[in-house]
Design a protein around this ligand. Structure first.
Ligand code: 0PR
Length: 384
């Protein structure tokens, strides 16, 4: 560390130098990310609440109200008016909290969880941290969790089944309705990971897209992960975990004797109130119609992309259900194609199952970006 500090100007000049090395969402070049440019309303609300700590909410009662109201609003578009939960750092923390609640609630020794093969890697972290044996259910021909496989994996040690609404790699929605029935019959905790899908599926359904139910309107669903920092447009880090019943928060609460709140259920202690303020501000500012318009725009651009990919004779892995597109070429390997796109500064990602070029049409992607991308893709693939 330098003995003497730099001037404010020097510090910010250096910071700018570092910032220039980053890619920006605004450039439209980031095609493989589930994050996006935070909306200015969320950004301003976030900066306004920088000192607020929800780890000691009695000191920040206004922020706590913002968190509670956000939870109520999100619950209301996920099928239940009274839900219980928190605004946290993201999908990973939410999934870990859900698995911790399920494990503690069951009280079962040597606990196991069943997740689809397509589940996000955060469940592997949960399994490691919470000593849960993870069992992966097979996918059907449409890359959705196979119910038969789930039934085969169930045992008297199963503490939770997880379904995904908007899988990380292909944006698929698992058959949550069937899982809900199955879990209710067997009295097993069902968690839905809608980190990605939670802020788009309900609004597409309002627009009459034919998508399945996945939320608390299904009686077997005990908890839902939904990330404001993905399709919700909030600044990072902003996640959300919702539980149907307060008892699931209670079974993981720890005594916090000297704080303004006597018990705490979150993993994190000191916790950003800014994320709650940003979530609240965006829910109020966007309203249902704002999120519907956003969802519609993303799906229309997805359609343009899908059409272009087909026209180039490339192979779609599956018909997209949401704004995630995966494709491959019959002539070129995935790695070579990704490299050639990368050489033209397109930051695409590669899905692992099945291996394919994966594009997430987030709100920062507009039609012009997609047209430029398709033009580059044409140059790369035609005459190869
Ligand atoms: N659940 C699902 C279904 C997810 O897709 C993700 C993350 C998570 C949980 C975990 O959420 P957090 O990352 O908020 O903890 N999905 C993206 C992924 O892993 C996250 C991401 C975002 C990755 C931007 C890269 C990137 O540039 O692919």
């Amino acid at each position: 560390m330098d003995k003497q500090g730099l001037s404010r100007e020097e510090v910010f000049q250096e910071l700018q130098g570092y910032q220039k090395q980053d890619l920006t969402h605004r450039s439209g070049k980031i095609l493989g990310s589930m994050c996006t440019c935070p909306h200015e309303v969320g950004r301003d609300a976030y900066s306004m609440f920088l000192e607020s700590n929800l780890g000691d909410p009695g000191l920040f009662t206004g922020t706590q109200r913002l968190e509670n109201e956000s939870i109520d609003i999100i619950g209301s578009f996920l099928g239940l008016n009274k839900v219980f939960g928190h605004i946290i750092t993201g999908g990973t923390e939410a999934n870990i909290m859900a698995m911790r609640a399920a494990r503690n609630y069951s009280g079962i020794k040597n606990p196991e969880i069943i997740v689809p093969k397509s589940a996000h890697f955060s469940f592997k972290k949960a399994s490691d941290m919470l000593c849960l044996k993870i069992k992966e259910a097979e996918l059907d021909s449409n890359y959705k969790m196979d119910l038969g496989s789930v039934e085969e994996l169930l045992s008297d040690k199963t503490v939770a089944v997880v379904g995904v609404a908007g899988t990380t790699e292909l944006g698929k929605i698992d058959p949550i309705q069937d899982l809900s029935k199955l879990c209710q019959e067997r009295n097993i905790y069902l968690h839905v990971d809608a980190a990605f899908g939670g802020f788009i599926i309900p609004f597409l359904k309002e627009l009459d897209y034919d998508l399945p139910n996945f939320d608390f309107s299904l009686d077997g669903v005990c908890s839902i992960t939904i990330d404001p920092h993905k399709m919700g447009l909030a600044p990072i880090p902003t996640g959300c975990i919702l539980f149907r019943d307060e008892k699931y928060l209670d079974v993981m609460s720890i005594e916090t004797p000297y704080l303004t709140e006597k018990r705490q259920s979150t993993i994190v202690g000191t916790r950003s109130g800014a994320s709650a303020a940003a979530t609240w501000a965006l829910l109020k500012y966007m309203g249902k119609e704002g999120y519907m318009a956003l969802a519609k725009k993303c799906m229309e651009i997805t359609k343009t992309l899908v059409h272009g990919i087909r026209e180039l004779g490339l192979e779609l892995i599956t018909e997209p259900e949401l704004n995630i597109v995966a494709f491959k070429s019959k002539k070129m390997s995935i790695d070579e194609l990704a490299q050639k796109l990368n050489d033209r500064e397109w930051a695409v990602s590669i899905s692992s199952y099945p291996r394919a070029i994966r594009i997430i049409v987030m709100p920062h992607i507009n039609k012009e970006h997609i047209n430029k991308f398709l033009a580059d893709l044409k140059q790369i693939t035609v005459n190869y």
